[in-house]
Design a protein around this ligand. Structure first.
Ligand SMILES: [Zn+2]
Ligand SMILES: [Zn+2]
Length: 158
């Protein structure tokens, strides 16, 4: 038992087992996170639920996602230079992060799972790891090379 796989579909059961309140809003927020494949921020989840839950506040979404992450029902993805992003996949995996548009894609690779730091300071208790590969997604890379070409063009013209 690795302790990383949590029940992903029966949220109500999981919340009850953890002694956390089960509310329609919590179920909806979790459902939205499960459906999303883009590691959404609290803002994005709030926006997507806005039509079905007009009274749902952004603060509630923030607090709920933070609670999910504390309870191990969601994973917090620490994207550099960005707001907190959340993931319904809590088993070990890694990420490809676009530094231009913030898109985050999942990477599953047992070699990365097996990574260990060469040396830990005495007393450090390792709880896990996630590798972030940073760069440009295909769309941004194309746009980037287009901008670079334009710049060269302008320079040559002068
Ligand atoms: Zn991008
Ligand atoms: Zn992920």
């Amino acid at each position: 038992m690795r302790g990383q796989t949590k029940p992903e579909l029966d949220l109500a059961g999981a919340l009850r087992a953890l002694g956390a309140p089960v509310t329609q809003q919590r179920l909806a927020i979790y459902g939205e996170l499960r459906r999303a494949k883009d590691h959404p921020s609290a803002e994005a989840v709030h926006r997507r639920l806005g039509r079905r839950f007009p009274s749902l506040s952004l603060a509630t979404v923030y607090k709920t996602l933070q609670a999910f992450s504390r309870l191990g029902l969601a994973a917090l993805v620490n994207a550099p230079r960005a707001e907190a992003r959340y993931d319904a996949i809590t088993r070990r995996h890694h990420h490809l992060i676009c530094e231009a548009c913030g898109r985050i894609a999942d990477v599953f690779d047992s070699r990365l799972d097996a990574l260990r730091p060469p040396k830990l300071p005495p007393g450090f208790k390792l709880s896990g790891h996630s590798v972030h590969f940073r760069g440009l997604c295909p769309a941004c890379a194309r746009r980037g090379s287009f901008v670079a070409r334009q710049r060269t063009y302008i320079k040559e013209e002068r």
